[in-house]
Design a protein around this ligand. Structure first.
Ligand SMILES: *Cc1c(COP(=O)(O)O)cnc(C)c1O
Length: 227
């Protein structure tokens, strides 16, 4: 597995997708998703210039972050339980999966105790699949208003995971829906609160970029298949 070569290829594909959409490639940041992969893999990516990393599980991230050491910036992209909020607030720069007031308040309290401002994205279940985490598009407005007022949190935008499709084009309407929701919410929020759209994974990040993604979360295309 040549992680540096994979990264270079993914970065080139991101830049090409941005240019094809008439966007500046620097508007799209890559979150390298390292879940289930060892610290050594993260280090290889870091040495190849990758800074942002995404992890799904708080405990796995704690061990890995300790092994990797300082440098990388970590995003939580997996579902968060309240009893892990304190640890999550200390490990991550951004929690992309805030989907209910209770978890927002817990993160706010712990972030303030740590004297840090925690970046937050609201995870929205735009497809309405019952097994998926994320608030509904209808709930997002009230949640955004509440998060915007919490001093320990910095609301940055929205995150979503569309249903899985073999054909990436079929995910496009879900990406478009997230972008439209962010535009709508932004009208009643402080400036800067809805700048980030985290959407797109290995199979569909080019379509997500065409629909406005500013953060793409890519694992397999960088680190290989997960066992
Ligand atoms: C695992 C995961 C990814 C990365 O998926 P790949 O298909 O390996 O690129 C992105 N986002 C979330 C929320 C994930 O759980």
């Amino acid at each position: 597995m040549d992680i540096a070569a994979n990264l270079a290829q993914v970065r080139e594909r991101i830049a090409a997708a941005a240019r094809a959409a008439g966007r500046d490639p620097s508007e799209v940041r890559l979150v390298a998703v390292s879940k289930t992969k060892p610290a050594a893999a993260v280090r290889q990516a870091w040495e190849a210039g990758q800074v942002l990393f995404g992890e799904n599980y708080v405990q796995e991230a704690r061990d890995k972050i300790a092994q990797v050491g300082p440098g990388p910036v970590w995003h939580l992209i997996g579902h968060l339980q309240s009893n892990k909020a304190k640890l999550a607030a200390s490990l991550f720069a951004v929690v992309e999966t805030v989907d209910r007031p209770k978890i927002a308040r817990a993160l706010d309290r712990h972030a303030r105790e740590l004297g840090k401002e925690l970046g937050v994205l609201l995870q929205v279940n735009v497809s309405g699949e019952p097994q998926k985490s994320g608030c509904s598009p209808e709930e997002a407005e009230a949640l955004a208003q509440e998060v915007a007022e919490l001093p320990g949190l910095r609301l940055m935008g929205l995150m979503t995971m569309p249903p899985f499709f073999d054909q990436p084009e079929r995910a496009r309407p879900y990406f478009a829906r997230l972008r439209e929701l962010a535009q709508r919410l932004a009208r009643n929020l402080p400036p800067g609160s809805m700048e980030e759209l985290s959407m797109g994974m290995s199979g569909d990040f080019e379509v997500a970029i065409a629909e406005g993604a500013t953060l793409v979360r890519v694992g397999t295309a960088i680190f290989g298949a997960r066992g």
